[in-house]
Design a protein around this ligand. Structure first.
Ligand SMILES: Cc1cc2nc3c(=O)[nH]c(=O)nc-3n(C[C@H](O)[C@H](O)[C@H](O)COP(=O)(O)OP(=O)(O)OC[C@H]3O[C@@H](n4cnc5c(N)ncnc54)[C@H](O)[C@@H]3O)c2cc1C
Ligand SMILES: NC(=O)c1ccc[n+]([C@@H]2O[C@H](COP(=O)([O-])OP(=O)(O)OC[C@H]3O[C@@H](n4cnc5c(N)ncnc54)[C@H](O)[C@@H]3O)[C@@H](O)[C@H]2O)c1
Length: 463
């Protein structure tokens, strides 16, 4: 058992790895990482999934080429080479990030193991223990992220199932993929596997897909999904088993079952705070398992900070990045500083890289009405602007919600090509307090570009 005393301990190498920069060179630091270095986004989350999504988009574009008078077809999809392209790029980045910390940061020690708190020592330092080391730290950052949850009906069965951790490394493209869950991960992987050639079944326990999104978006997306995937709504999974032919069977409460080759579970992610023995240092978790903290990232234990999936209400990388920058600044200012930076969760955007793409920011129409706001709403179809004609788009739309009279932008929800890019000016406008009138007429909108769908939505509001 080795013992080390450090100024700062960081648990998690996702966002956690970005905390120490040159301003921390005079501090001794320990970074703990029990999994692959670099965390979820780099290794099993945002980045590889979007690289797969791009391959899926290419396949879709070729498949749809006929609509534009271009004769082309997808002859074959080389799954192993797609996997190799993606992880051939990502794995060295992860390894290089670790190597940099281990070999080229003399003030940093990387512990490649699970760690937990074990109270404080007589000097008030936090005791952090792994199987073969004890680190005592004056200050700690919890950036331990979240993990895939698996419903007990599946976890307790002996069925072979996959999550985002391993489904992207399958050796072969499944002929038929079954997905349990109907949120972000389900929608993105349905697109990836479906567009690359798998048959996809989605088992949704509710009456629509992506139910956490704006109602019109969720309903529209569900309709589109039902045309290309085998979608089971209000489907309660009551059992799962491996079949003798190497496939899987998932049984539903209504007495039916779905057979496939591979089972993917995408039923939400749980913060990792429950695996850190936080009670030994007096840190609380809320009802949804998040580490409780204030808007400066301070937990209830002095000099223990937190950010990202382990504590944030938003499990999104851009939020983890923002919160990480706040905690980084506050570490340099000091726990009791009067001018601590604060998390800004006012206008958190999100995007689902499925097909069609989806993006949102701000309130839904229902939320705005619940708050008693006097609102005006405009739904602008992609199909009614020039670029939408060019694309022959028939399903895309941009829904804008603004306050009457003031023109204050309250929310925007887009389903359609390049939605995560088209929405960015709205995020900017909301963040900087630009109202709908000024936004619509205070700038040029390049003609005939896709953002004209947004311009027309702004002009259609009854302010
Ligand atoms: C499939 C998928 C796709 C996603 N796509 C997007 C996207 O397109 N856009 C977006 O904004 N967000 C996306 N996300 C969410 C995004 O990945 C997360 O919000 C973000 O990575 C969280 O960063 P973090 O630093 O909080 O945690 P993480 O990056 O998860 O880092 C936490 C690290 O802590 C380690 N750890 C945990 N407990 C311990 C312990 N006790 N001891 C030692 N180490 C420990 C873990 O191994 C992990 O590496 C996606 C997530 C998934 C799963
Ligand atoms: N593009 C992105 O930004 C992106 C992509 C992927 C993931 N993420 C992040 O990761 C998080 C996790 O993604 P996710 O798709 O796992 O979660 P999610 O919260 O988006 O969806 C979870 C789904 O699982 C269902 N579900 C939950 N428990 C269930 C059970 N016991 N049985 C059957 N169904 C059940 C829910 O009804 C829901 O449809 C997301 O919330 C998001 O914050 C973001």
């Amino acid at each position: 058992m080795t013992t080390q005393i450090v100024d700062l301990a960081i648990i998690g190498s996702g966002g956690g790895n970005s905390i120490p920069d040159e301003r921390f060179d005079d501090k001794s630091i320990a970074i703990f990482e029990e999994g692959v270095y670099g965390g979820t986004c780099l290794n099993v989350g945002c980045i590889p999934t979007k690289m797969f999504v791009y391959s899926a988009e290419v396949a879709d574009t070729v498949r749809e080429a006929e609509s534009y008078g271009v004769h082309a077809r997808v002859d074959a999809v080389d799954w192993p080479s797609i996997v190799k392209r993606i992880f051939g790029r990502i794995d060295p980045i992860s390894a290089g990030g670790k190597e940099y910390r281990v070999d080229r940061c003399p003030n940093i020690t990387v512990y490649p193991s699970h760690v937990e708190f074990d109270g404080r020592d007589e000097a008030g330092r936090y005791r952090l223990v792994t199987t073969d080391a004890e680190v005592r730290a004056r200050e700690v950052v919890l950036a331990a992220g979240s993990r895939a949850t698996v419903p007990s009906v599946i976890a307790d069965s002996a069925v072979r199932y996959y999550t985002n951790d391993d489904v992207m490394r399958l050796e072969a493209l499944p002929e038929h993929l079954i997905i349990v869950g109907s949120g972000y991960i389900a929608a993105e992987f349905a697109h990836v596997f479906g567009s690359l050639g798998s048959r996809v079944s989605i088992l949704a326990r509710g009456p629509a897909l992506l139910r956490q999104l704006e109602r019109d978006v969720s309903l529209h997306f569900t309709d589109i999904a039902r045309e290309k995937w085998d979608v089971h709504l209000n489907a309660e999974v009551i059992g799962a088993e491996d079949r003798s032919d190497g496939g899987v069977r998932v049984s539903l409460k209504d007495g039916t079952h779905v057979d496939g080759d591979v089972l993917l579970v995408a039923t939400g992610r749980w913060p990792n705070g429950d695996r850190l023995n936080l009670s030994s240092v007096g840190i609380d978790l809320d009802d949804e398992g998040r580490v409780v903290c204030d808007r400066h990232g301070r937990t209830s234990a002095e000099r223990v900070w937190t950010f990202g999936d382990v504590s944030s209400p938003y499990q999104l990388k851009h939020v983890a990045n923002h919160e990480g920058r706040v905690v980084q600044a506050n570490l340099l200012k000091g726990w009791d500083a009067a001018d601590l930076d604060a998390f800004d969760h006012r206008f958190v955007p999100a995007a689902v890289f499925t097909h069609p793409q989806i993006a949102c920011v701000g309130l839904t129409e229902e939320e705005a009405l619940e708050r008693g706001l006097d609102i005006t709403v405009k739904i602008q179809d992609y199909g009614d602007v020039a670029y939408g004609w060019a694309m022959e788009d028939t399903t895309g739309f941009c829904k804008l919600i603004a306050e009457r009279r003031s023109g204050r932008l309250l929310g925007c929800h887009i389903l359609g090509p390049q939605a995560p890019t088209v929405i960015q000016p709205v995020i900017q406008a909301m963040s900087f307090g630009l109202d709908a009138r000024a936004m619509a007429r205070g700038q040029f909108w390049i003609h005939p570009a896709m953002p004209e769908v947004l311009e027309n939505a702004l002009l259609g509001l009854h302010i």
